[in-house]
Ligand binder design. Structure first.
Ligand code: TRP
Length: 448
């Protein structure tokens, strides 16, 4: 039984807080840089607006109808195959905690960079690169320190529960985040580099779209919308009954997409303006950007502080949503207190997170590298490229085939209107086919 429920605005901000995260401000710009810009952005946008939006509605519906944690919502709605379907929920719950093992480490880097922004920024890209690489490869203790801070903050929010913890956090941090990103974007608009940034992001060069880029774009669409692992589901289990799921999904998808595009344009503008490279990989916001801020002088210093705060806000509001499904599951399943559940879920990502950050270090990387990737990158890859799309596929099948159409229509019919059949069609055919292609490609069964 849930007692505390989200308010309507609280829910939308919490769901948007989940969606808008490191994926938007850290990952989206650098993968756009790596995979060549325009064509990649277009595939991402199309996926978000069709499959992403459709599955967002479906995932919200599962929580809204189930009213329980991710695993038991499936069980309850499919009593005949409860055992099988609960696995879909369990996979999602685990995906969230696994993502947290590296997500919390990255939040740690960001906290470290807030401190850097307050003291001295690196004066050129070379220096910035050395600083970031030193942190990553040599300085395990600093990383553990900030990873610990991140863990403590996230736990402190989660023990307060849905209303006093998660909702409140999002009510405060999300508006701040929008103001910071919006303000910095407006400044970027006045710079010459903006035209180049626009061109880079919105002029598709199809020759650059490899099949890998395609898979990454679809995977990222899931990651950035927080789909396929029961985060949105867990939140919507605490919704007031009268909420319009379609409208809520639309707002969340729109906010997430807008923030990603604004952050991308702003970042690339700054980089072009000051002659740094867009294709810098995961170090983009930690290497090229700090050096760029330095070049901007005092204003750059202020921007650096604001930017890393915004990034931390984005990360923390997502992190609570990645952990909450496991917390809720433990509470429902074992009837333990919230505090205990948070300690177990948090303790897990905290400890495994230390393994993840150690796998980047020069002392332990050899031990913790398996094949082509180290532990840190494997977790990122397996969750974003496989577990989330697979979870999304299961959700699409669940709502599209398992739950009777009348029951689905009863909730969504009046909100979707004539779009209902269209949505249902995407959910039953387009989304599963696209997701199966992505997964087969990933497994190397088909190549295109
Ligand atoms: N969407 C977040 C981001 O863009 C990450 C995230 C939070 C997430 N909750 C999730 C990803 C649930 C997948 C599933 O950074």
């Amino acid at each position: 039984m849930k007692i505390a429920r989200f308010s309507r605005v609280g829910f939308i901000l919490a769901a948007a807080g989940s969606a808008v995260g490191l994926g938007n401000i850290w990952k989206f710009p650098y993968i756009t840089g790596e995979y060549g810009g325009g064509a990649f952005v277009l595939v991402y946008l199309i996926t978000v607006l069709t499959i992403g939006f459709s599955i967002m509605i479906a995932e919200m519906l599962i929580g809204y109808l189930g009213r329980m944690d991710a695993a038991r919502s499936f069980e309850k709605l499919a009593p005949k195959n409860a055992k099988t379907w609960r696995l879909a929920g369990m996979m999602g719950i685990w995906a969230g905690i696994l993502i947290m093992t590296f997500y919390s480490v990255v939040i740690g880097w960001i906290l470290h960079y807030i401190v850097v922004a307050f003291s001295t920024l690196p004066s050129c890209v070379k220096e910035a690169e050395v600083a970031f690489n030193t942190l990553l490869h040599e300085d395990i203790m600093t990383q553990i320190f900030y990873h610990t801070l991140s863990f403590l903050f996230i736990s402190a929010i989660l023990v307060r529960g849905i209303k006093a913890g998660i909702e409140k956090l999002n009510l405060i941090l999300m508006p701040l985040l929008f103001i910071i990103v919006g303000g910095m974007f407006l400044y970027a608009l006045t710079l010459d580099g903006f035209a180049q940034a626009w061109h880079f992001m919105f002029s598709p060069d199809w020759s650059k779209l490899s099949s890998e880029a395609f898979v990454v774009a679809v995977g990222h669409a899931f990651f950035t919308l927080s789909l396929g692992m029961g985060a949105i589901l867990t939140y919507s289990a605490s919704l007031p009954k009268e909420v319009n799921l379609v409208q809520s999904s639309l707002i969340v998808v729109a906010l997430d997409t807008i923030i990603a595009l604004l952050a991308g344009l702003m970042l690339f503008t700054f980089l072009y303006q000051y002659g740094a490279e867009p294709s810098k990989g995961p170090g983009l916001v930690f290497i090229s950007l700090p050096a760029t801020f330095y070049a901007m002088g005092t204003l750059g210093n202020i921007f650096a502080i604001l930017f890393f705060f915004a990034l931390a806000f984005a990360g923390l509001t997502s992190a609570v949503s990645l952990t909450e499904p496991m917390v809720q599951y433990l509470i429902d399943k074992y009837s333990i207190t919230r505090l205990k559940a948070v300690m177990i879920a948090g303790g897990f990502f905290y400890l495994v997170g230390i393994v993840a950050l150690a796998s980047n270090s020069s002392s332990f990387s050899q031990m913790l590298t398996f094949g082509s990737k180290n532990f840190f990158n494997w977790v990122d890859y397996i969750t974003a490229a496989f577990m989330l799309p697979f979870g999304g596929l299961l959700m699409a099948i669940f709502i599209g085939y398992k739950i009777p159409k009348e029951q689905v229509f009863a909730v969504l019919g009046k909100n979707l209107g004539r779009g209902f059949e269209f949505w249902y069609f995407i959910l039953r055919y387009i989304a599963p086919i696209a997701l199966i292609i992505v997964m087969l490609n990933l497994l190397g069964v088909i190549k295109f």
